[in-house]
Design a protein around this ligand. Structure first.
Ligand code: WTA
Length: 657
């Protein structure tokens, strides 16, 4: 952590404000303070009890098998069906008429309510269609979709027949789709012609066509008609969703799968170029997500309207739009588009229209709203809100306070929730009505979770000190491995500190022992709450014929938290690259990975700062990108390189869209 971050943090902690849990909330909250002691006394028994939230076709014999770490088995011997737990059982309990999703399309007036009974019928139809397409238990299905109800239906249909899904965020490129399809050997792709974004139809099918050309094992592409745009069609491979699913029976008997049956693979960026397929399994994941959704959001499923404003293509969408909320029988809002279409008050109109009680979103959105001004949310009636959540990146205290005051009217507790694709479930967060909160702190590990901040050698730090965040006990929704690569799973997460999970985040304990997250300590960047790997973007850049070498850093950015800044050395044959080289390279990264990875800035430089052993010193480049004085250069092989870089900066780049 840099000295300036340390100093800023110390100041903050010094001035820190406390918000005690409102008494009224404390009286009615789902959990009470003794839950921490209960879980501490016997975490395994605690998680055993939480499993009663689910309906098991066969009971488990042991809560946890941790005899072969780091490979955990939760709810050993138990059998269940995830889709049954998310849908059918609510209908059987007489709640079929409850709305599961108030879906809001981006074009105004384009809305659809889906009750649990309707969702059950759709999921059964889709499950029957997948079976007819030859999908068998254990087969992988890739899903590349906009934010529409069919995306949820597709995921649940996969879960229902035991075919693990891998949802690929619609903003990823065709190349990224190829990598993921190939890595998990998916045979079927579910997609749509497109979706609405920023007031216009955006296409998805062409990227799938391009990808599937290079994935000969994909035999079927199931296509939802969302926008009506023209699409190319490959007879025998492409099938319209309405043809394949529409005519199916609404009866489908869910099979009970082992608690450890794979539920899904979600790819995420790591420190090396290749994205990792994070594997989540059924029983533990559903217990972890449903318990935390109920406890941390103080969810009252009979009355609450809940909204996670995130994309289903990320883990936040998986755990808190789909599995957690549905397992709890929640009524959720799901919104297709961007917050500024057709105007900047869209979110607030949705909240007032559906009387949303709980909003969960990323700090980057909150900072954007702050910039747009409080007059915009003030035009809407937000009085239905009673709880606010934040996720994805450290929330700066100013944004936290603004969120609480302007959006929450000063009376809604804010829960800053720390977790990861790998953890599957919320891990560190205040509990509303129980824990007090401090702007900028995620406070403490949830009941049943043990988070410890350690120093370089793995020794727990004292209050007031900083270090690395580790998790010392297994938890139900933890990743089980990296798809197809157990060794990488061990190396990445369980080797930095012997026998404990290394999260890759820096953290600090304040004087009261509460946890403050400080961002990644590895080569992972966090741009608008999205995880990107510096090495992955570097690989994309050097795959361009004009680039000899590239180094990428995440530089501080007021709006997006961090922004991608690239330094490139061009090949001699490229000359100075010409006028448009920066735009050409930005477009190349968008093509290789996706628009989200496109560098904000590309600087063409003659050299990169390297140590004598040839390692690029990104720390120094970060200083340049953040326009700071360059730090200690004594370990550089050639200490004049930084001067050369400063003199030669050929800047670049806007950041439109
Ligand atoms: C960061 C998103 C600070 C962190 C759910 C983590 C956070 C990475 C917070 C995981 C938070 C997430 N405060 N940092 N409340 N929540 N992070 O896998 O660096 O997309 O390691 O999961 O986001 O990102 P991922």
């Amino acid at each position: 952590m840099s000295d300036s971050t340390q100093a800023a943090l110390s100041n903050l902690m010094h001035e820190q404000r406390h918000f005690d849990p409102p008494e009224e909330l404390a009286r009615h909250a789902n959990v009470s303070a003794d839950v921490y002691d209960e879980a501490d006394r016997d975490p395994v028994a605690f998680w055993g009890k939480q499993a009663e939230r689910l309906t098991w076709a066969e009971p488990f014999t042991d809560v946890l098998d941790w005899s072969n770490p780091p490979f955990a088995k939760w709810y050993v011997g138990g059998k269940l069906n995830a889709a049954y737990n998310c849908v059918d059982r609510h209908v059987e309990a007489g709640n079929g008429d409850r709305v599961a999703f108030h879906w809001v399309g981006e074009p105004e007036g384009d809305t659809r309510d889906l009750t649990y009974a309707e969702l059950k019928d759709e999921v059964c139809r889709a499950a029957n269609a997948l079976v007819e397409l030859g999908v068998q238990t254990g087969d992988r299905v890739a899903i590349y979709m906009p934010m529409i109800p069919e995306t949820v239906v597709a995921m649940l249909a996969c879960a229902r027949i035991g075919a693990p899904h891998t949802v690929v965020f619609g903003g990823f490129s065709s190349q990224a789709l190829v990598d993921r399809i190939q890595d998990c050997d998916a045979r079927v792709v579910i997609t749509a012609d497109g979706g609405y974004r920023r007031g216009a139809p955006a296409s998805l099918k062409p990227a799938v066509d391009e990808a599937v050309e290079r994935c000969p094992d994909v035999r079927s592409v199931l296509v939802v008609r969302r926008t009506g745009q023209d699409v190319a069609w490959t007879e025998g491979r492409d099938v319209w969703w309405h043809d394949a699913v529409g005519g199916q029976s609404t009866e489908h008997t869910p099979e009970a799968f082992d608690s450890e049956h794979p539920l899904y693979v979600m790819y995420t960026s790591g420190t090396t170029g290749k994205p990792k397929g994070i594997l989540h399994t059924t029983g533990g994941y559903l217990v972890g997500t449903s318990y935390t959704h109920w406890a941390v959001f103080d969810l009252k499923p009979e009355t609450d309207v809940f909204w996670t404003a995130a994309d289903i293509g990320w883990v936040t969408g998986h755990s808190y739009i789909v599995y957690g909320p549905l397992a709890n029988g929640t009524t959720s809002v799901m919104y297709e588009g961007t917050p500024d279409t057709p105007h900047k008050g869209r979110w607030w109109e949705i909240i007032s229209q559906y009387k949303v009680n709980i909003l969960y979103c990323a700090p980057t959105a909150i900072r954007t709203f702050m910039k747009w001004g409080k007059e915009i949310p003030e035009k809407s009636d937000l009085s239905s809100l009673r709880l606010l959540g934040s996720v994805g990146e450290p929330i700066n205290p100013e944004a936290w306070i603004w969120y609480r005051e302007v959006i929450g009217g000063g009376h809604c507790p804010v829960v800053d929730t720390w977790w990861q694709t790998e953890t599957g479930q919320l891990m560190i967060s205040p509990l509303p009505g129980v824990t007090s909160s401090k702007p900028g702190s995620a406070m403490k590990a949830l009941p049943g979770i043990s988070a410890v901040v350690v120093d370089d050698v793995g020794k727990p730090v004292s209050k007031g000190e900083g270090g690395y965040l580790t998790l010392t006990q297994p938890w139900p929704a933890m990743l089980r491995t990296i798809w197809g690569d157990d060794q990488r799973y061990r190396d990445t997460y369980w080797s930095r500190f012997e026998g404990v999970y290394f999260a890759g985040d820096g953290a600090k304990l304040d004087e009261e022992g509460d946890i403050w997250l400080l961002g990644r300590v590895d080569d992972v960047m966090n741009v608008s709450g999205h995880r990107l790997s510096t090495t992955e973007i570097e690989s994309a850049l050097v795959s361009h014929p004009k680039v000899a070498e590239a180094a990428v850093v995440g530089a501080k950015d007021e709006d997006t938290g961090q922004a991608v800044c690239a330094f490139v050395i061009l090949r001699e044959s490229a000359g100075d690259g010409g006028q448009d080289i920066v735009e050409e390279l930005r477009a190349h990264v968008a093509k290789e990975i996706g628009k989200i990875a496109r560098p904000r800035q590309i600087m063409v430089v003659p050299e990169l700062p390297k140590t004598r052993s040839g390692k690029i010193m990104r720390r120094l480049l970060k200083d340049v990108a953040e326009e700071r004085e360059v730090g200690d250069v004594t370990t550089l092989a050639d200490s004049t390189v930084m001067d050369l870089i400063s003199e030669n900066l050929k800047d670049s780049g806007s950041d439109e869209d």
